[in-house]
Design a binder for this molecule. Structure first.
Ligand code: HT7
Ligand code: ZN
Length: 874
C-alpha cells in the first residue's frame, strides 16, 4: 500500500457526532454493536468509508433497515456504504476474538484465559480492530458505552467517561454504562473487564470538582499501587498550579497490565499502564524505577489537556501532543526532584536514543512527511527531540510568556484537533512575537552541528564569538537550511569567575548569562569590556538540541568542570573532557586531556563537597553508544575496551583505598528511604563500587556479595548483582540463582534478572542470551520479557550484540521473524537495533548487510517490520 503523506491531508467528509457502543464481552468471542450518528460535510460529496480491520461483520443496518449486500462493500480494511445522508444512523454488529489477539492492539486478553482480563489499546489505529469507524483523530465524537458480561468472570466493567448506571441481568450476567461528555477521537477509547482490585482516593480539583481516583490491578500486586496514587495526586496539583489545568470528569481510572506494547496510554478517564510503570515497592523496584513511575503517571495525566482536550489533526502532528507532554513531564520531574540532575538524565537519553536516529537511515523530522505504518513513528525524535523544540520555544518566551501562550493555545483549541502551526501561532500571538521560524525545526531531520570559535582582542578588550551551523544531509533530505539556534552562554575568567557581559547594542542590566540566537549559517557576536581572555560556557542547560563543536583545550574544560556553578554544564564539561581523553587513548600519543580529567575528578572526589548524585554523574564518562556516534568506522568491542581502560585509569588515580573508604561510609547508612538525598547516596555508592571493582576486584567482589545478601531494597540488590556479573565474580552464580528463586513469582523483578545478564558486555553475551531465550520463563508473547532480554541485548550491549562474526545479527533476525508473527509493533521496534550498521567497520558491516538483505527479501513480514527493514537498509 502507498504511504500516507502529510501533504495529502483532507478534512473528513463524514463525521460522527455521537456513538453508542454495546459490548457482549467474553474471552473467545466478543460482539460489538455500534450505532454511529453521522454528519456529512455538504462541500465534500464523497462516499461513506469506514476503517475496519480483522472484523467479522455480523449485521449492518442504515436508518433502522438492514442493508442489502449490494449496498455495502468490505474490502482492503475499508467498509464502503451506499445511501447514507447527513443525520443517518449506521448500525453494525461485529465479532472479535480477543483470546487470540497476540498483537495487543484492539481488544485483547492480558494473562491467561482462566484468570486474565480483557482490555483495549486503540492508539494509533487500534479502534478499527474493534468496530467500523472513521478511525482518524480529527473525527471527535461523544461516546456512550454499555458493557455486558458474565458477572463471575468479569466482576469489574470499566469504560472511559462518567458512570451512568449498572445492573444485574437474569442470566448470571451484569451490565454497566458509561457516558463521556467530552467529544474525543477514537484512539482515546478504552474498555477494561475482569477480576481486578482497586485502591481509591478522593480528590477535589482547584475549580471545586470532586473526583474519585482509582487504581486497578490484579489482586497479587494491588499492594504495589500506592506510590502511583501519590504521584497521580502530585501531578494533578502541579498541572493546576503550573498551567491552570483542572481534571474534567467525576472519575479517573488507572489500570495496570503486564501485557502492553508501550509504556502507558492516556485513554480519556481510563489510563492503561504497563505494570512496569505503575507498580513500585522497595523490595522489587529500583530508585530509577520509582522515578519512572512518577514521570509516566504524570505524562499520561498531563495528556488530558495536551492530547485529549486539544488533540492532533492527523498523526503527522503526533509531536504536538507527545513533544509537549514530554516537556511538561520533564518540567514536573525537575520541580519534584533536582532540576540539573533531571536535565542530565534527559540530555543523556537524547544523545543515546535520538542522536543515533537522526544520524542514520531512520532519520525523520519531528513532523515526518510520510509513513507506511504510523506505529513506527513513536520515536525518540517525535518524543524527545519534540520536547527539546518545546523547551526552546519556552526559553524564547520566558516562564510567564510561555504560560500566556499555553493559556491561549488551550483556550483556542479546546475540543479541537490542532496542528503544530496552531501551537506556534498561539504561543507567538500571546506574546506578540513571530515564532514561525522555529517551524523549520519540525520539518528538517538531522542534528545540527554548531561550531563555535572565539577570538579575544587583548588591546580592544573584546571577545568575538563566531557561531556557524551545518546539518549533514539525511536520507531524502539532501539540502538543509539554517535553523534558529538559541545559545545560552557565560564567560569565565581564569580564576573561574563568571564575567559581566556587555554585548553590542545591549543596554539591559548587567548580567553574567545571556542568550544569543544564531539565525543564519554564520554570525559573530561581540562582547565588550572583557578584561582577560575568557573561557566560554556555551549552550548552557543544553539550550538547543545540537552537537557543539568548540575548540576547547583540556585546561579550559577542567576549569569549567571545577567552577561552573550550573550542575548541568559542569557535567557537560566533564563529558567533553572525558571524550578528549578517550580520543587520546584511541589515537595514542599525548595524554593532556586524560591527565586533566583524572586530576579534576580525583580532586573533586577528595574534597567531598559536591552533591553525591552529581558526583556520581561526573565520575561516569559518556556511554559506548555516544562514542560510537563520533566514529567513522565503528568497532564496538574496541570502544568498550577503551572505555573500560579510561575508567580503570580513573579508579586507580582516585585510589582503591579512597574508593574503599568512601564505599564503607556510604554502605554504613544503607536505608530504604526514597528521599532525594538517600537516592543520591545510593547512586554514588554504586558508582564507587563499580570503580573499586576496576581498581581492586579482590576487595570489591566480597563487598558486592555482602551488599547483595544484605540489601534493604532493589537498588542495592540489583546494583550488587550487576557488579558481580560484570566482573565475572566467583560469587555471581550463587547470587543469580538466589535472585531467580526469590523473585520467581514477580514478573517485573524477573525481567531485571534477564536484563542484568543480557547486558554483560563481550563476545560471550550471545551464548548467555541464547540460553536464556530457551528458559522456561522466557516468552515472545510478553513485550516486557522481550525487551528485558532481547531489547537489553541489542540496544544496551553493543560489544555483545555486534559480535565480530555477525552471530548477533543472525540471532536477532531469527527472533524478529518469530516475533513478527505474534506482535508486529514490538518486532519493528526491536529491528531498529540495526540502525547505524552502515558505519560499522567493514567486517561487521558486511555481516549486517547480509542479514538485513535476507530479512528484506522475506515474504510475509508485517507492514511494521517491513517498513523498518526497508528504511534501515537505505
Ligand atoms: N500515547 C501513548 C502511545 C501509545 C501507543 C502507541 C502505539 C501503540 C501502542 C501504544 N500504547 C501507547 C503513550 C504516550 O506517549 O503517552
Ligand atoms: Zn505521550
Amino acid at each position: 500500500t502507498a504511504p500516507t503523506r502529510l501533504d495529502a491531508y483532507r478534512a473528513p467528509a463524514w463525521r460522527v457526532e455521537t456513538v453508542e457502543l454495546d459490548f457482549e464481552l467474553a474471552i473467545d468471542s466478543t460482539e460489538v454493536t455500534a450505532r454511529l450518528h453521522l454528519r456529512r460535510d455538504p462541500a465534500l460529496p464523497l462516499p461513506l468509508r469506514l476503517d475496519g480491520e480483522n472484523l467479522e461483520l455480523l449485521s449492518i443496518a442504515l436508518d433502522g433497515a438492514t442493508l442489502p449486500p449490494d449496498m455495502f462493500r468490505y474490502t482492503d480494511n475499508v467498509l464502503e456504504v451506499d445511501g447514507a445522508r447527513d443525520g443517518s444512523v449506521l448500525e453494525t454488529r461485529v465479532r472479535l476474538r480477543p483470546a487470540t489477539n497476540t498483537a495487543l492492539e484492539g481488544l485483547y486478553l492480558s494473562g491467561s484465559a482462566e484468570a486474565g482480563f480483557l482490555l483495549t489499546q486503540c492508539e494509533a489505529e487500534g479502534f478499527r480492530h474493534i468496530t467500523f469507524f472513521p478511525d482518524r483523530p480529527d473525527v471527535q465524537a461523544r461516546y456512550t458505552v454499555t458493557l455486558r458480561a458474565d458477572r463471575d468472570r468479569f466482576p469489574v466493567l470499566l469504560a472511559g467517561g462518567n458512570p451512568d448506571g449498572a445492573g444485574v441481568l437474569d442470566d448470571g450476567r451484569h451490565w454497566a454504562r458509561f457516558v463521556d461528555p467530552h467529544p474525543k477521537p477514537s484512539y482515546l477509547f478504552a474498555v477494561v473487564a475482569g477480576r481486578l482490585q482497586s485502591i481509591e482516593r478522593d480528590y477535589v480539583t482547584a475549580d471545586g470538582r470532586a473526583v474519585t481516583l482509582k487504581i486497578w490491578s490484579e489482586a497479587d500486586v494491588i499492594d504495589r499501587c500506592d506510590y502511583a496514587m501519590d504521584a497521580l495526586e502530585r501531578s494533578m496539583r502541579w498541572d493546576e498550579q503550573t498551567y491552570g489545568r483542572n481534571y474534567d470528569l467525576d472519575v479517573f481510572h488507572v489500570v495496570a497490565t503486564h501485557d502492553f506494547n508501550m509504556g502507558a496510554m492516556e485513554n480519556k478517564g481510563l489510563n492503561i499502564f504497563n505494570a512496569k510503570y505503575l507498580l513500585a515497592d522497595p523490595d522489587s523496584s529500583t530508585d530509577d524505577e520509582y522515578r519512572h513511575v512518577e514521570s509516566v503517571i504524570a505524562h499520561e495525566y498531563f495528556h488530558n489537556w495536551s492530547g485529549n482536550r486539544v488533540t492532533c489533526r492527523d498523526w503527522f502532528q503526533l509531536s504536538l501532543k507527545e513533544g509537549l507532554t514530554v516537556f511538561r513531564e520533564q518540567s514536573f520531574a525537575a520541580d519534584m526532584n533536582s532540576a540539573s540532575l533531571k536535565r542530565i538524565e534527559d540530555v543523556s537519553l537524547l544523545r543515546r536514543a535520538q542522536f543515533p536516529e537522526d544520524a542514520g537511515p531512520l532519520a525523520h523530522p519531528v513532523r515526518p512527511a510520510q509513513y507506511s505504518e504510523i506505529n513506527n513513528f513513536y520515536t525518540a525524535t517525535v518524543y524527545e527531540k519534540g520536547a527539546e523544540l518545546v523547551r526552546m520555544l519556552a526559553g524564547c518566551l520566558g516562564r510567564e510568556g510561555f504560560r500566556r501562550g499555553m493559556d491561549l493555545y488551550f483556550a483556542r483549541n479546546d475540543g479541537h484537533a490542532a496542528t503544530l502551526e496552531d501551537f506556534l501561532g498561539a504561543l507567538g500571538e500571546a506574546n506578540h512575537t513571530d515564532l514561525t521560524p522555529y517551524l523549520a525545526w519540525y520539518g528538517q531531520a538531522g542534528t545540527p552541528r554548531l561550531q563555535a570559535r572565539g577570538k579575544y582582542d587583548a588591546a580592544a578588550h573584546t571577545y568575538a564569538l563566531t557561531l556557524h551551523q551545518h546539518t549533514p544531509a539525511t536520507s531524502g533530505q539532501p539540502q538543509k537550511h539554517a535553523l534558529p539556534i538559541p545559545v545560552k552562554l557565560a564567560l569565565f575568567d581564569g580564576a573561574g569567575q563568571m564575567m559581566i557581559l556587555h554585548m553590542d547594542g545591549q543596554t539591559a542590566k548587567p548580567q553574567t548569562e545571556c542568550v544569543v540566537v544564531l539565525e543564519a549559517d554564520e554570525q559573530t557576536f561581540v562582547f565588550h569590556d572583557v578584561p582577560t581572555a575568557p573561557v566560554p560556557s556555551l549552550l548552557r542547560g543544553f539550550s538547543a538540541p545540537v552537537i557543539l563543536d568548540c575548540d576547547y583545550d583540556a585546561t579550559e574544560l577542567a576549569l569549567l568542570l571545577r567552577h561552573d556553578p550550573d550542575g548541568f554544564n559542569r557535567w557537560e564539561a566533564s563529558q567533553q573532557l572525558a571524550t578528549l581523553a578517550y580520543v587520546e587513548l584511541r589515537d595514542g600519543g599525548a595524554s593532556h586531556a586524560l591527565e586533566a580529567w583524572l586530576d579534576a575528578l580525583s580532586a573533586l572526589f577528595a574534597h567531598n563537597d559536591i552533591e553525591p548524585a552529581l558526583l556520581a554523574n561526573l565520575l561516569t564518562p559518556p556511554g559506548e553508544v555516544e562514542w560510537a556516534e563520533r566514529e567513522a568506522s565503528v568497532d564496538p568491542a574496541r570502544i568498550h575496551a577503551l572505555r573500560q581502560q579510561l575508567q580503570r585509569h580513573l579508579a586507580e588515580r582516585i585510589g582503591a583505598d579512597a574508593l574503599h573508604q568512601c564505599y564503607l561510609v556510604l554502605a554504613a547508612e544503607a536505608s530504604l528511604s526514597l528521599d532525594a538525598a538517600s537516592q543520591a547516596r545510593r547512586r554514588l555508592k554504586q558508582r564507587v563500587l563499580e570503580l573499586l571493582c576496576l581498581a581492586d576486584a579482590d576487595t570489591a567482589q566480597p563487598l558486592a556479595a555482602t551488599q547483595y545478601s544484605s540489601a534493604p531494597g532493589m537498588t542495592d540488590r540489583l546494583g550488587a548483582l550487576t557488579v558481580l556479573l560484570r566482573s565475572a565474580a566467583a560469587q555471581a552464580p550463587a547470587a543469580l540463582a538466589h535472585y531467580r528463586q526469590r523473585y520467581d513469582d514477580n514478573a517485573l523483578a524477573l525481567d531485571k534478572w534477564f536484563m542484568a545478564q543480557a547486558q554483560v558486555p563481550g563476545e560471550t553475551a550471545l551464548d548467555r542470551v541464547s540460553t536464556l531465550q530457551r528458559d522456561a520463563s522466557f516468552t515472545l508473547k510478553n513485550p516486557n520479557r522481550v525487551q528485558s532480554l532481547l531489547g537489553a541485548f541489542v540496544r544496551a550491549n553493543p560489544s555483545g550484540f555486534h559480535r565480530a562474526d555477525g552471530a548477533g545479527y543472525r540471532f536477532l533476525a531469527g527472533q524478529l521473524v518469530q516475533l513478527d508473527a505474534l506482535n508486529p509493533q514490538v518486532a519493528a521496534r526491536l529491528a531498529t537495533a540495526f540502525n547505524g550498521w552502515q558505519r560499522l567497520e567493514p567486517g561487521r558491516r558486511e555481516a549486517a548487510r547480509t542479514v538485513i538483505d535476507g530479512l528484506a527479501d522475506r515474504d510475509g513480514l508485517s507492514r511494521n517490520l517491513r517498513e523498518i527493514v526497508a528504511n534501515v537498509r537505505k
